[in-house]
Design a protein around this ligand. Structure first.
Ligand code: SF4
Length: 117
């Protein structure tokens, strides 16, 4: 019998094999991290199969954030200079505007935003 996996399912398997993590947000965005592991070809493949990946992830509750910690280096809000854009806007209580978080430490931050697809 032939393999009945969809292209999106095959892509998801390849991405997970590489160690990439994917999640679907309630508003229909797809988050992939660590962002630093994404090359252009992988990003393009993810964009091309976004609807299929979202559909798969919505049926895979176990795959959604069993560990909800993130690294700032994977966050859209980390600026080139190393500061957090959310802190600069005063949206991270208790830290100064020029807060420069440790980018490699796993932490929970409710303003974390993986690069959207
Ligand atoms: S929003 Fe949170 S996770 Fe993102 S860079 Fe700022 S401190 Fe880090």
């Amino acid at each position: 019998m032939s393999d009945t996996k969809t292209p999106a399912a095959e892509l998801l398997e390849r991405l997970q094999h590489k160690g990439l993590r994917l999640s679907a947000t309630p508003d229909g965005a797809l988050q992939v991290w660590p962002a630093v592991w994404l090359d252009e070809a992988t990003s393009e493949a993810i964009r091309a199969h976004k609807p299929g990946l979202l559909a798969l992830l919505s049926t895979m509750a176990v795959d959604v954030l069993e560990d909800d910690r993130h690294r700032c280096r994977d966050c859209y809000h980390l600026q080139r200079k190393g500061n957090c854009a959310m802190a600069a806007q005063g949206r991270l209580p208790g830290v100064p505007e020029w807060y420069t978080p440790h980018k490699d430490i796993l932490q929970r931050c409710n303003l974390f935003c993986a690069l959207p697809y």
